[in-house]
Design a protein around this ligand. Structure first.
Ligand SMILES: [Mg+2]
Ligand SMILES: [Zn+2]
Length: 206
């Protein structure tokens, strides 16, 4: 009886309100030249405030990001840490928080299990938090983000920023999971997710 003519809101059954976000193109501006330094790490408009909104709605936010620039030798872990220090600092200034950042440091030819579209990062998050990833909302801008999320059991949400910005107002190309939910940007996603909490009847499992 949990289905009301549409989507059942699976997260109502989760141990903890956890949401997983991609980084580049979802939280900050992506670059074909890679984001290699704190100076190049620039938040998308409204993205940090969106994370704060999720937090205030009781959601823990974790980042899962491919950072093959490490494996390609384009930047080092110290630079990555400095980018993330900037992100944490800018988030704190707007009352937001990311609990953890899980990243794949490998180059594509290393055949690892953590580079999206492989589900390894999501599995690591599940192990860290001791929870099943089934129904956990996961947000990204690229097909591989959502393919990885679905492979781990997560609920796929696309933001039309970053790699997906060109598809606004048009049909999505092949490659996105069939049940992908689409949002204009991270702020629209946050509004959606927090808004669902305000409608308890939506997920009532009587
Ligand atoms: Mg991305
Ligand atoms: Zn990896």
């Amino acid at each position: 009886m949990g289905c009301h003519g549409g989507r059942t809101f699976l997260y109502e059954k989760l141990d903890m309100k956890l949401v997983i976000l991609d980084r580049d193109g979802t939280i900050n501006a992506d670059s074909d030249e890679y984001v290699k330094s704190p100076g190049e790490w620039q938040p998308l408009p409204g993205a940090l405030e969106a994370i704060a909104r999720l937090n205030h709605g009781g959601w823990h936010v974790v980042v899962a990001t491919n950072q093959s620039g490490l494996g390609r030798g384009l930047f080092d872990v110290a630079s990555l840490n400095a980018m993330h220090a900037k992100m944490h600092s800018m988030l704190a200034a707007v009352g937001g928080r990311v609990d953890a950042i899980f990243y794949c440091p490998h180059a594509p030819d290393e055949g690892c299990r953590c580079r999206k579209p492989e589900p390894g990062l999501f599995e690591q998050i599940g192990e860290r938090y001791g929870m099943d990833m089934f129904g956990v909302p996961a947000v990204g801008d690229a097909p591989r983000d959502l393919v990885a999320a679905v492979a781990a059991g997560c609920e796929p949400h696309l933001v039309m920023t970053g790699k997906a910005a060109g598809y606004r107002g048009r049909a999505l190309p092949e490659g996105y999971p069939a049940d992908t939910m689409v949002h204009a940007d991270l702020a629209a996603f946050a509004e959606y997710l927090v808004g669902q909490d305000a409608q308890p009847s939506q997920a009532a499992d009587l």
